[in-house]
Design a binder for this molecule. Structure first.
Ligand SMILES: C[S@@+](CC[C@H](N)C(=O)[O-])C[C@H]1O[C@@H](n2cnc3c(N)ncnc32)[C@H](O)[C@@H]1O
Length: 231
């Protein structure tokens, strides 16, 4: 099916509340365990000097898990939606693991339009991650430009995103399989996200156009793709 873009930022309060309340635990845990494996395979042991950047962090599902996995490291979540960051801050302020979240900070920035606002992080991220962000970009080249700007030399890049199915029928099957009882707003967003996402071949093309051939793209199970490597 043809790609159809969706709004970049998730800003509507009801949409943000539904996303924050959704149970993505198993896929979020899987993200962290694959990141663990990837870092170990590259011989990287994050420590107090390591800066993780989580782009398009939303309510911080991945950001908080990173800090629990690597408590000494500094972790910065960046999102262009003030509503999402309101939820993210609320979660770290009220969570029973609050003491573990002291190394997290959140920044409001629209990565496709004002990356200048992130000047303090330029060339500084040791580990750059994103989960379900690339497909939001109307122009994916801007996503790769931001990754290049923020990465320190030799940075680890670890992105996971949805992969566009070949038909609407398959998209609906995926939605029924993975979000069977979700509220309507989340179901609509999920289908829109599948339709806005890229194929493996399209992402490979983006990387080639951006001169980022050191990154590899792999299909993961029936709905994701993973883009990883060292810059
Ligand atoms: C599907 S959510 C994923 C949230 C989080 N990464 C997670 O795994 O739960 C996508 C997030 O990316 C943010 N986003 C989309 N486009 C963005 C952009 N251009 N700049 C900054 N954030 C963006 C949205 O506001 C939203 O919070």
């Amino acid at each position: 099916m043809e790609r159809v873009t969706e709004p970049e930022l998730m800003e509507q309060p009801l949409q943000v509340a539904a996303y924050t309340a959704a149970d993505f635990d198993s896929t979020d845990e899987e993200f962290i365990s694959r990141l663990h494996e990837f870092l170990a395979a590259k011989g990287i042991k994050p420590d107090s000097k390591t800066l993780f950047l989580d782009l398009g962090c939303g309510p911080g599902n991945i950001t908080t898990r990173i800090t629990l996995a690597w408590p000494e490291s500094k972790v910065v979540g960046i999102d262009g939606s003030a509503e999402m960051l309101k939820q993210a801050n609320k979660i770290i302020e009220t969570n029973k693991f609050q003491n573990h979240f002291q190394n997290i900070s959140y920044y409001l920035s629209n990565l496709s339009s004002d990356s200048n606002a992130l000047v303090e992080f330029r060339n500084s991220a040791d580990v750059l991650v994103s989960n379900s962000l690339l497909h939001h970009f109307h122009c994916p080249n801007l996503f790769w430009k931001v990754i290049k700007e923020l990465a320190a030399p030799g940075a680890i890049i670890f992105n996971r995103d949805l992969r566009r199915p070949s038909s609407l029928k398959i998209a609906i099957e995926l939605q029924r399989k993975y979000l069977p009882n979700a509220p309507e707003i989340l179901t609509t967003d999920y289908l829109a996200s599948l339709g806005a996402s890229f194929t493996v071949a399209e992402v490979r093309n983006q990387l080639q156009n951006s001169g980022m051939n050191s990154l590899k793209v792999l299909p993961i199970d029936d709905r994701y793709l993973e883009i990883t490597g060292i810059l």
